[in-house]
Design a protein around this ligand. Structure first.
Ligand code: CMC
Length: 428
């Protein structure tokens, strides 16, 4: 392989170094291009642009491969726990028993949030979307822990900021749900594991304890692992971009939560269920909706189908599909939405429009179905995604800081008016 690429601009040749990753991913390093030639590259949606070198997650969209720190997602989903995976992503290697116990216990003792945060929560109307509350409350953690604003915290200080965020996100997330239904919040119970504690805060009532069901806990654990990182996607790139301005961990993650909220990204899991409900309400004709999705004059898209990088299959979807079947059987759930989902999936997978464009069901197509079976309300689905993605955001922010990456600042090709003189009001 040549170790440089040659580009000829206006008859002049420029040599650009080739960079190769550990999985033979190749890139042309254009760092010197503009300074030497005056040219920039244009790549809308960053479809061909690597924004960083990263050692956290490897993803091969053609082969349907996803690995965290080298470990296949299938093995982690089967054998690991969410907290262990979080440690792996953030610190780079699987923890020893002692390290895992230490990390778990530290998270347990930081699950409470300051009572004054409840006052902020009380200020939100009950109709507020929980993703908006989550983003706002994560950002407001900076007010309670101003030392976290220092992007150059020493290792122990940063570790504490990380633990606090991991510990308080489930509390904030569950409280945002309680706020939306006008019920009192539940305080964390630290004898419970991470997933059970979250379920307790979501579903216990002052009048009734929540009975922990291991099927539900295991399913949640798996879902969080599957969502834990996905390399340079929209929300993670947001976290890194915000972090590159030396913004703090909490404010960067808060920005990531906002990006994830979008229905083309994490918001798709909510949109999938709403779409399936719409199909049922409309009489259950999935073919009609497939036709709508194919109609270029109709903005409707089949939510939960297609992916920017997976052009073969989404390995997370394969695992989740199996888990959805298991969970629904174990819980004895009969959901008409599942029948419509299966119909839609079958119809789309055999339709040339979807086949030609390599549009397969993605992780969000099935995750909503499990969340529904677990009793999680629809507008909390994207919050669940955010809970899962948190360790990935933390790991990516930390890596950005450790690699001392420069502030992110894309260029543009200007297409507006050339210089013109101001026109007084009476002459316009
Ligand atoms: N329904 C109908 N047509 C679609 C869909 C869809 N869900 N997705 C893509 N297409 C078509 C699109 O119209 C285009 O057709 P053409 O070439 O004729 O113009 C072609 O497929 C390529 O689409 P694109 O928008 O250029 O692809 P992209 O890589 O920019 O977008 C995507 C990827 C995920 C935003 C898109 O597939 C989509 O909007 N899917 C639905 C939303 C969704 O499920 N998002 C969750 C993604 S997984 C969770 C996560 O990791 O964030």
């Amino acid at each position: 392989m040549s170790d440089f690429a040659e580009i000829i601009l206006e008859g002049k040749s420029y040599k650009l170094p080739i960079v190769e990753g550990t999985e033979n991913e190749k890139a042309i390093d254009i760092n010197s291009l503009r300074a030497e030639s005056g040219y920039i590259t244009l790549d809308s949606g960053y479809k061909n642009t690597g924004a960083t070198e990263s050692a956290i997650t490897f993803l091969d969209g053609e082969e349907g491969i996803l690995r965290y720190r080298g470990y296949p997602i299938e093995q982690l989903a089967e054998k690991s726990s969410f907290i262990e995976v979080a440690y792996l992503l953030i610190y780079g290697s699987l923890p020893t028993e002692e390290q895992l116990n230490d990390f778990t216990n530290k998270i347990k003792i930081h699950t409470l949030v300051n009572e004054d945060m409840r006052k902020i929560l009380d200020g939100f109307p009950s109709a507020a979307h929980p993703m908006g509350i989550l983003s706002a409350l994560v950002s407001s953690l900076t007010a309670f822990y101003p030392e976290s604003l220092n992007p150059n915290q020493k290792k122990e200080e940063l570790d504490l900021s990380i633990v606090r965020l991991m510990a308080k996100m489930p509390t904030i997330a569950a409280w945002s749900y309680k706020n939306s239904i006008g019920h009192p919040v539940n305080y964390p119970k630290n004898k419970l594991d991470y997933c059970s504690n979250f379920l307790h805060m979501m579903f216990a009532y002052p009048t009734e304890d929540y009975e922990i069901n291991p099927v539900v806990v295991n399913a949640l654990n798996k879902l969080l692992i599957l969502h834990a990182d996905h390399e340079q996607n929209c929300s993670t790139s947001t976290v890194r971009l915000v972090g590159s301005a030396n913004a703090s961990l909490y404010s960067s993650v808060s920005a990531g939560i906002s990006a994830l909220w979008g229905p083309l990204h994490g918001g798709a899991n909510q949109a999938v269920i709403e779409m399936l409900e719409q199909i049922i309400a409309d009489g259950g004709d999935s073919k009609k909706f497939i036709a709508k999705a194919k109609d270029k004059n109709d903005p409707f898209r089949l939510m939960g189908f297609g992916h920017r990088v997976y052009k073969n299959f989404d390995p997370r979807a394969t695992i989740i599909k199996k888990a959805a079947d298991e969970v629904l059987t174990a819980l004895g759930v009969k959901d008409p939405i599942l029948d419509i989902a299966k119909e839609l999936e079958e119809a789309a997978l055999t339709d040339p429009y979807f086949v030609d464009r390599k549009l397969y069901p993605n992780v969000d197509f099935y995750s909503g179905i499990i969340y529904r079976a677990l009793g999680i309300p629809t507008d909390m689905f994207t919050v669940m995604f955010a809970l899962g993605r948190l360790p990935g955001w933390i790991a990516q922010w930390k890596e950005l800081r450790e690699q001392k990456e420069p502030i992110g600042r894309p260029r543009q090709v200007y297409t507006g008016e050339q210089e013109r003189n101001y026109v007084p009001m009476n002459e316009r």
